[in-house]
Design a protein around this ligand. Structure first.
Ligand code: HEM
Length: 279
């Protein structure tokens, strides 16, 4: 039962940290072209930070319950000595920074970016990848940063599809696509590297329960990529042509992409809670 609660807390942690950090990263990279759609960013960041804080506290409580349920110095120092302790500290610090800087402007935006980086660094400190080497931990960190930017951009683009006139939306989508080619390419390359590191393809029975769960996650991630390619080649030209339907189609397809993103999070929370690559 505790394992199930741990998976649910992890899912909430993914949603909160990826959305909060991602909207901060995307606001910075898409800049002024977001126009009025940028007005939704502070609310999104604050909501996501609250979800992340709650998830980090729940994760810590579950860990304490697993260790016998006593909140004393022995339990706390046992947690601190494993990578889970510093990871929880990073999650709490990142979420607090994001919450406090949600409405930041100008040079104070550095705190928002810092909050996002600190929050996501927790995934490079703790987890299957981090347990192998510092390099694989760093790649996992970059992998989640890229996925987070993508999620944050989608949340802002959906709002842009609602409030921006089509010529402004076309210019925003062009800027997003320019970054997306590099960042999503990096996400896939990082994911492929982690897959090759975590799955022992040299073993005759390499399709372990871990590899099966990972395959499910990759299939869902490839479906998100498929929708992104559809957007790029079929919907973006319609927005540029300003035929009146492009913005609506973009919002619909982003809705599907966000649903698939949620399913990738569910699959990953399951994968990282119930399966071990070393089993
Ligand atoms: C929509 C795209 C994607 C999203 C949102 C996503 C998200 C994530 C998240 C949240 C983690 C877990 C971090 C942790 O808890 O330590 C992760 C790890 C990982 N991802 Fe992705 N990912 C995506 C695409 C991919 C792709 C395309 C691949 C493979 C080619 C991939 C392979 C991996 C691997 C192997 C791990 C490590 C799993 C483990 O720790 O056991 N990911 N990803």
């Amino acid at each position: 039962m505790l394992e199930l609660f741990a998976a649910i807390a992890k899912l909430a942690l993914y949603v909160g940290s990826f959305a909060g950090a991602g909207v901060a990263f995307a606001s910075m990279s898409l800049g002024r072209r977001l126009g009025r759609s940028a007005e939704v960013a502070p609310k999104l960041i604050a909501m996501a930070a609250v979800v992340m804080l709650a998830a980090a506290i729940a994760g810590a409580a579950i860990l304490i319950a697993r260790l016998g349920g006593q909140v004393d110095t022995t339990t706390l120092s046992a947690i601190w000595e494993t990578p889970a302790g510093p990871a929880i500290a990073f999650q709490l610090a990142g979420a607090t920074l994001l919450l406090m800087s949600a409405h930041a402007k100008g040079s104070m935006l550095a705190f928002q970016l810092g909050g996002g980086v600190v929050a996501l660094a927790s995934f490079g400190l703790n987890g299957h990848s981090a347990s192998i080497s510092e390099l694989t931990g760093a790649i996992a960190f970059l992998h989640v940063c890229a996925a987070s930017w993508w999620l944050g951009s989608l949340l802002l683009l959906r709002e842009a599809g609602r409030v921006l006139p089509e010529p402004d939306l076309a210019s925003l989508v062009r800027r997003f696509s320019m970054f997306a080619i590099v960042i999503v390419g990096g996400l896939v390359a990082g994911g492929a590297f982690l897959t090759l590191t975590l799955v022992n393809f040299g073993r005759s029975e390499w399709l372990t329960p871990y590899a099966q769960a990972l395959s499910m996650k990759i299939v869902l991630a490839v479906a998100v990529l498929g929708i992104a390619v559809w957007n790029k080649f079929l919907i973006t030209p319609r927005i540029a042509a300003a035929d009146g339907k492009g913005a609506q189609q973009l919002s619909q397809s982003i809705g599907i992409e966000l649903g698939l993103f949620a399913s990738v999070f569910v699959a990953t929370a399951w994968l990282t809670t119930f399966n071990s690559p070393h089993a």
